[in-house]
Ligand binder design. Structure first.
Ligand SMILES: [Fe+2]
Length: 492
């Protein structure tokens, strides 16, 4: 029988199905089905992909009553209809789907930790979780190991609400006019255009203790300090990024000092900050960030905890399936003739990055391609696109940071060695968010190899295939709609 893991109720709801051998049968985001970006509730269309008759255990990613206690403390008030896991699952899945199933729940940060450790190759690891807010913990450090093949976690240190790096970053995101809990990646992109001119003021007025990760204000209610009104958005973003990186590195220093393991598993929404990630390789020998480190990934974490053992991780292609072989020849033909092509093939990515199965791919060379892709994506022009490259050639084109010589899930930035040749994939600060593809026989690998033979260029521009303001394309119908709206061929 299978275990169903659920994360829902705050943002980016998701579900994961694990079988009794630890294989991930399915993992997907609700938003891809409901078309509501960051949908907090589990969509019925997603549930229809899951055979509930094969599920005997449902695992929820946090402890609802503990979260409600925190809500009382923070003055938000109790949500009486969300006090027990049973209540929440009845609302999210319907009574009929949960009848007769074993129901389990796990703490928010432990679910993050398990989603990372149990999908890693490590037998023993130091686990760091940094996010905005779950129940109480906002930062936690764990010692993880297998004892008689069962995963065991020892909590080594934690910081609690309202002291939160995630809430700090979200408060700055809101202060510069963006949407908190959603647009943090835009703040990170904007940072490259600003000067680190406000970080001293942020350290003095907002941060309490930089090593213990405390803050002088409760940033959950936003940053209400008029002193910061006079600064440019980009300078605010750059300064917040600088402060955030220092705080993260302080946590890594603390984590390392426990001496538990030189392998790092890093999880939580803050682990999506790929600029900060570039610096953590100096603290540990080996790093694993599960490609869906935020709350959606905790659906896998909760299921992994119920399962108890190492999970068989192969790749992030775990969602809805568009059947058929990867359209290598069709995609290559389009790249040769149009320099741009959409691909919607195989199983959708679990996690926020398109890694080749729901991607808009383009020839990254020359000056004009960025404008062409931007015209399609209709997004802020300052945001760069990412490159996907043959792994063995990555070092020739990018100065890959320590610990990120393989960057298979686009989780770190690296300085581009030839920004003059590839302006479309290089950010204002000279970095690129690199995805490397190993010789794994995947469709995107074969496409890159053939593109290299044809063009002499071992990389492509890779951005997610989505209609503006909508989540990533999920099924073939979405792909057809994309094609109609933007006039770009999407091959399957
Ligand atoms: Fe979280």
């Amino acid at each position: 029988m299978n275990t169903l893991g659920i994360s829902s109720g705050f943002h980016d709801a998701a579900a994961t199905v694990l079988d009794r051998y630890g294989n991930i049968l399915f993992a997907a985001h609700s938003e891809r089905y409901s078309k509501q970006k960051n949908d907090a509730d589990i969509s019925l269309d997603l549930l229809n992909e899951i055979d509930m008759s094969r599920v005997d255990t449902i695992a929820y990613y946090e402890r609802p009553w503990l979260k409600q206690l925190r809500r009382v403390y923070s003055g938000e008030g109790v949500e009486w209809n969300k006090v027990t896991t049973q209540q929440i699952l009845e609302q999210q899945l319907g009574c009929a789907r949960i009848r007769g199933k074993k129901i389990k729940n796990y703490s928010h940060h432990l679910s993050h930790a398990a989603a990372g450790f149990q999908t890693s190759q490590f037998d023993r690891a130091t686990v760091v979780v940094i996010d905005a807010i779950g129940e109480w913990d906002t930062v936690s450090i764990w010692g993880a190991e297998y004892v008689d093949h069962r995963a065991r976690y020892t909590k080594l240190w934690s910081q609690k609400y309202p002291h939160s790096i995630g809430l700090f970053y979200s408060a700055i995101t809101q202060k510069i006019g963006l949407k908190p809990n959603e647009d943090e990646y835009i703040t990170m992109g904007l940072a490259a255009y600003g000067k680190d001119a406000v970080s001293m003021a942020m350290r003095n007025r907002i941060v309490g203790h930089e090593y213990n990760i405390t803050f002088k204000q409760n940033l959950h209610v936003g940053l209400h300090d008029e002193y910061f009104n006079i600064f440019h958005d980009a300078d605010m973003a750059a300064s917040a990024q600088a402060v955030t990186e220092d705080l993260i590195l302080n946590i890594m220093t603390r984590a390392r000092k426990f001496g538990w393991s030189k392998n790092l598993v890093y999880m939580g929404g803050v682990a999506l900050n790929c600029t900060a990630n570039a610096r953590i390789g100096n603290y540990f020998d080996d790093i694993w960030i599960m490609p869906c480190p935020g709350d959606a990934g905790s659906s896998l974490g909760a299921a992994a905890l119920a399962y108890g053992h190492r999970v068989n991780w192969t790749d992030a292609f775990l969602g809805h399936n568009i059947p058929g072989a990867y359209p290598v020849t069709d995609a290559l033909d389009r790249l040769v003739t149009d320099r741009i092509v959409g691909v919607a093939s195989g199983r959708a990515e679990f996690g926020p990055r398109a890694l080749g199965n729901r991607s808009l791919l383009a020839d990254p060379r020359g000056q004009d391609i960025k404008d062409r892709v931007n015209a399609i994506k209709q997004r802020q022009e300052f945001r760069p696109f990412a490159p996907v490259i043959l792994e063995e050639l990555a070092d020739q084109y990018f100065n890959m940071p320590r610990g990120w010589e393989r960057s298979r899930y686009m989780q770190s930035v690296a300085y581009c060695r030839r920004p003059d040749l590839f302006p479309a994939i290089v950010h204002a600060d000279g970095t690129s968010r690199v995805q490397t593809v190993t010789k794994n026989g995947s469709g995107i690998r074969e496409l890159l190899e053939r593109w290299y033979v044809y063009s002499g260029c071992p990389m492509l521009l890779n951005t997610s295939l989505n209609v503006k303001g909508e989540p990533m394309v999920n099924d073939r119908k979405d792909a057809d709609r994309f094609e109609r709206l933007y006039g770009v061929k999407v091959v399957s």
